[in-house]
Design a protein around this ligand. Structure first.
Ligand code: ADP
Ligand code: MG
Length: 701
């Protein structure tokens, strides 16, 4: 029997062909189910009536009982408006309309009691409500089916076509009356009993038509839990399936090269966190299962070393290893670091980027195929060239958010056993988000910086303080330090951004004239050879100032650079600001991050800047970012194309529910790893339905 929820929305009372087109285009609603799962974004308590003397313009929506004293038209032409004095026994306010004036005058009677509903504002020192909803109390008693009224978000286009929050509310009510049976549950009954969850039909109904807050909480809890639960169940089953399908290469020994490096070349001792993470990785590598591990560590926490040691283990066990990074600059830097660290140890190491010469490529191809090259460090070129490994045992991917998921998988041939995979990221991901994005990976965290680092001091200046900033820069240069200046580069305003950069270069050159000062410039429009030259000028300490667009965002390591100046800081996201700040504070000297902005800041921009000034902790910043912007917006998730389509739960706010959901999923899979138990058939059914629609979670790995 077909499910009534699959019915096309145009068959719903109140929705014709035109509305159904609009609903589809604007809200992606095509079926009854889509509408049912289009949840209110907030609720308004309509049990509470305010007295006029209680109103103040800061209040959100209010409702008031009272009388209209008479209408008056004001202004003329486009400014023409209708106003009315509305009073109760405590005072009066003004109601204002800009549209439908005649209809208003005809519809409402003077000195009859009405209930008005709207958002108070302030105009000419008096409180007013623009375009209030007006209801006849007698009608109201008959019509309202819930005291707490759901509000649905709509778009400008919908509103222009008279599909308002109220319209959607009515459609929801039509939908429920058109359902002839209760909505079939999507969680098994044993689960609802065990975890005391409301049934689906009631949960949906109450979410749209709540009567009291307690029930509403329970209804929303059930829906949020379910939403998060299925994501976790899907990710965790993916992990189980992968574990069953692939055997991991067993790296049983820690051998010669590793020990040689550890005892002779390691210039410092590992931090406690690095030791712990190495243990976790070694355990994976020796387990006989394929490793799929995410290594998170704030900028400067020493992930490169972990990568190197893991690669040495692979080599000691007779395998090859690769390290892939997102930009040429970063790749070269990794190559230099690793060659440095391996000095005097006999391991063939090579570098492959887009600018590698043809003859060198051919040499590399041969070396990889016959197995003489043990470690290759490269950019996307690693994937694009049909690089054939002799025996690839470990693939490490740095700053993974720049890599598409499919790209990751194309590192190895489909018919072969995949290598162990270690994904490293400096984008601190809040736990809740990590559980969702990488729920199928094991996670290691380096939560400790190498000793002796001084926290970076962050200061906010507006443009008017520029001269002071120049003075400060001169002092720092005199003390032998180097300085980054970074300009935003946003696709949509690329032209203007380059103009800003050029103006900036000019102004800086005037303030820091050659030959006394050396300035180097790097941006995305330069040829990669020129970029490298400019970069090298700075990394070798010859340039005092590096002016750049965000190409330096990821991974560049110049310990002598102690000042990071970020222009138009208000235009950067929090995690980007944090990444940029991470470029300094790597040496022993006190470092500074200067955030330059205009005087006028939006609330959100101000909060971002305040967060940066007050915290150095990447995870704290990531949590703030998640709260401020919501997960769909987080850098990285967007870039990798993993869209979130959570309909009711919020990763920022429902972290606890998420943890609970994950525990439940774990419990279930522990008892029934392949979900073969007939009691669980609803789960498998629902999983495959979700896979077909919203979340293609399998893409993640
Ligand atoms: P990440 O890639 O995590 O941002 P890096 O691997 O580039 O960080 O390390 C940052 C700096 O810290 C490097 O100069 C590195 O040599 C140094 N470093 C790494 N581990 C340690 C340690 N245990 N003690 C001292 N310095 C370390
Ligand atoms: Mg790094």
């Amino acid at each position: 029997m077909p499910d009534i929820l699959d019915t096309e929305i145009k068959f719903l009372a109140g929705v014709g062909p035109k509305r159904s087109e609009l609903l589809k285009k604007e809200l992606d609603i095509t079926t009854f189910r889509d509408l049912l799962y289009y949840f209110p974004y907030k609720y308004i308590d309509r049990t509470r009536f305010y007295k006029i003397s209680e109103l103040d313009p800061e209040m959100p929506y209010v409702q008031v009982r009272g009388f209209i004293d008479g209408f008056q038209t004001e202004g003329g032409g486009r400014n023409k408006r209708l106003s009315a004095i509305f009073r109760d026994d405590t005072g009066s306010i003004k109601l204002v309309w800009f549209k439908g004036l005649k209809w208003i005058i005809d519809s409402y009677k003077i000195n009859k009691e009405y209930i008005i509903f709207g958002k108070p504002g302030l105009f000419n020192e008096t409180i007013n409500i623009v375009h209030p909803e007006i209801e006849d109390p007698e009608q109201l008693e008959k019509r309202i089916i819930s005291n707490i009224q759901a509000q649905y978000s709509t778009t400008e286009k919908l509103k222009n076509n008279y599909i308002t929050s109220k319209t959607i509310y009515k459609l929801q009510s039509n939908l429920f009356s058109q359902l002839r049976t209760r909505v079939k549950d999507t969680l098994p009954s044993w689960m609802r009993e065990k975890y005391r969850l409301m049934n689906l039909h009631d949960a949906l109904f109450i979410t749209h038509f709540p009567n009291d807050n307690k029930d509403l909480e329970r209804a929303r809890f059930r829906l949020k839990l379910e939403e998060l639960f299925y994501i976790q169940l899907s990710l965790l089953s993916l992990k189980i399936h992968r574990g069953n399908r692939f055997k991991g290469y067993v790296f049983g020994i820690v051998g010669e090269k590793f020990n040689e490096f550890y005892s002779r070349n390691l210039p410092f001792s590992l931090t406690g966190a690095q030791k712990r993470v190495m243990k976790e990785i070694r355990k994976d590598l020796g387990s006989g299962k394929q490793m799929n591990r995410l290594l998170q560590g704030d900028v400067g926490s020493g992930k490169t070393l972990i990568a190197l040691m893991s690669m040495l283990i692979a080599i000691d066990n007779g395998y090859q290893a690769c390290l892939m990074a997102p930009t040429e600059i970063l790749t070269i830097q990794h190559y230099n670091t690793v060659s440095d660290m391996l000095r005097g140890i006999d391991i063939e190491l090579c570098l492959l980027t887009g600018s590698t010469k043809k003859s060198e490529r051919e040499r590399i191809a041969t070396g990889l195929e016959n197995g003489t090259i043990k470690i290759i460090i490269g950019t996307h070129a690693l994937i694009e060239e049909t690089v054939q490994f002799n025996k690839l045992g470990l693939a490490i991917i740095d700053e993974q958010h720049r890599f598409g998921v499919a790209q990751r998988a194309s590192l190895w041939k489909k018919d072969r056993n995949p290598p162990h995979v270690l994904v490293m990221t400096a984008t601190p991901i809040p736990r809740t988000l990590a559980m969702t994005l990488y729920g199928d990976l094991d996670v290691s965290v380096i939560d400790e910086l190498p000793p002796g680092r001084k926290p970076v001091k962050t200061i906010h200046f507006t443009d008017s303080a520029r001269l002071r900033v120049f003075g400060f820069m001169k002092e720092q240069i005199k003390a032998g330090q180097q300085i980054y200046i970074v300009y935003p580069l946003i696709k949509e305003s690329e032209k203007m951004d380059y103009k800003d950069l050029e103006d900036g270069v000019e102004a800086i050159t005037r303030a820091f004239p050659p030959p006394r000062y050396v300035i180097s410039v790097v941006h995305g429009k330069m040829k990669s050879r020129d970029k490298d030259l400019s970069m090298r000028l700075f990394t070798t300490g010859k340039a005092h100032i590096l002016i750049a667009t965000t190409v330096i965002e990821v991974g560049v390591d110049v310990p002598n650079a102690s000042v990071m100046i970020i222009e138009s800081a208000e235009r950067f996201g929090l995690s980007q600001l944090h990444q940029l700040r991470g470029r300094v504070g790597r040496g022993a000297k006190q470092s500074y991050c200067v955030l330059m902005s205009s005087d006028k800041l939006s609330n959100e921009a101000r909060k971002r800047i305040e967060t940066m000034v007050s915290s150095n902790d990447g995870f704290e910043i990531a949590e703030a970012d998640l709260r401020l912007r919501g997960p769909g917006d987080l850098e990285g998730t967007r870039q990798s194309g993993i869209g979130f389509d959570l309909k009711i739960a919020s990763l920022g706010k429902d972290g606890q529910i998420l943890e609970y959901a994950r525990r439940i999923a774990e419990e279930i899979l522990e008892e029934d790893p392949l979900l073969k138990n007939p009691d669980n058939h609803i789960l498998t059914e629902q999983l495959s339905r979700l896979k077909k629609t919203e979340y293609d979670w399998s893409k993640i790995s």
